[in-house]
Write a protein that binds this ligand. Sequence first.
Ligand code: ZN
Length: 198
Amino acid sequence: MDLYSGYINRLIEELSHLPGIGSKSAQRLAFYLINLPKERVQRFTNAVTEARENVKYCERCFTLTDQTICPVCANARRDTGTIMVVENPRDLAAYEKTGKYEGVYHVLHGAISPMLGIGPGDIKLKELMARLQKDVREVIIATNSSLEGETTAMYISKLIKPTGIRVTRIASGVPVGGDLEYIDEVTLLRALEGRTEI
Ligand code: ZN
């Protein structure tokens, strides 16, 4: 990497840490950015900095929001008796796009993975349990159908069962290991409607 200046190397290095970006893509992006007009670069870096500064977790469902309570939780028409548990905010967005789900969400920010050393304490599970005291009738577990997603679903089910709250799992029409965000709306709705008690 000594072919380029230290500044360029640093930029390539930072970009190569982004998910899905290998060293070739990192070089391509670095040169693209360097060749942009300065004000475009400023706009880009401002967007990154301001998003990082202002975006936080919703105090109820833990999705990412720039408000204390996210728009879904703040909507009085949503049914707070039904909580759908998802792995990340992108999954929440996928279900919101269907426009058919009327309950609220809980975002775990990950899934249990003994292989990666991610335990129940590393995701927002305690926070989910703390929400189950009031009028909750059903918890729909919509974690991915990967090994981690299934492990997480079983773990949550065992935790909640003793409370008497109904626990359901979305139907496995969802491709194995598939990220929920890549699945079309019809499949998502079918998975939701075909959910079964676990
Ligand atoms: Zn929320």
